[in-house]
Design a protein around this ligand. Structure first.
Ligand SMILES: [Zn+2]
Length: 229
């Protein structure tokens, strides 16, 4: 009996893959001095998808990622005063759960136990929202940003038992209503490469992330090189 048990234990690592590790470059809410308002309990949800976004705003390095986050968070809380319907809903915290800076740092946003926010119509409950700073219809994600998106998605998928096929983008969640996350990032979902890279991390390998050549009619400049226009 004991021998059988030991044999089973010895074989286990060959079958069960170890969970993808938490990315080492996460900046916690405490570290960037997040200042959210309380989120009501009725907005708690169970994550079923990882949904990727871009900010949709050209990143020109004119502010730090920390300033960008503080501004977005403050704006969300003031929406009822400063925005027109239907955009005037109150956002107590950042609309996304994680936000990835051009240098690859991953900032914590809204706690994962609460559903996100959006200005497009789709079922918000169940989504873990990951936003990449920048506009990938006008600039290209940096290699560091791509790698962080892959490692974060792999870790979240394992931690929340989300299948690789349920890692998607905003335009997959809300077809026809947005071009988010931008052509030069969406290409890696079209090609299946993003999913491959995630699975490499989940299998304990180094992801073989190779950015593609600029798309025909797509942006050429990488986000870290974009100058103010
Ligand atoms: Zn989006």
């Amino acid at each position: 009996m004991r021998t059988l048990l030991l044999t089973i234990l010895a074989l286990l690592p060959a079958f069960a893959h170890a969970a993808a590790p938490r990315p080492t470059n996460i900046v916690t809410c405490e570290e960037w001095k997040s200042d959210p308002a309380p989120i009501p309990d009725e907005r708690k949800h169970t994550p079923r998808y990882i949904t990727l976004h871009h900010a949709g705003v050209l990143w020109t390095n004119s502010q730090t990622p920390e300033q960008f986050l503080r501004n977005m968070q403050a704006w969300g809380k003031r929406r009822p005063e400063i925005e027109q319907p239907p955009r005037n809903t109150y956002w107590p915290d950042l609309p996304y759960h994680f936000l990835i800076a051009p240098d690859g740092r991953i900032f914590e946003g809204r706690p994962v136990e609460y559903e996100p926010e959006s200005n497009t119509k789709y079922e918000l409950a169940g989504n873990l929202g990951v936003e990449m700073m920048g506009d990938f219809n006008q600039q290209r994600p940096s290699p560091a940003q791509l790698e962080s998106a892959v490692r974060l998605a792999a870790w979240l998928a394992d931690a929340h038992k989300i299948a690789a096929d349920d890692i998607r983008t905003h335009q997959d969640a809300a077809p026809g209503s947005t071009t988010c996350p931008g052509a030069d990032f969406y290409r890696y979902f079209n090609s299946g490469e993003f999913k491959q890279w995630v699975q490499q991390v989940q299998q304990g390998q180094e992801p073989q992330i190779i950015p593609g050549a600029p798309l025909p009619d797509g942006p050429v400049e990488v986000i870290t090189e974009t100058k103010k226009r």
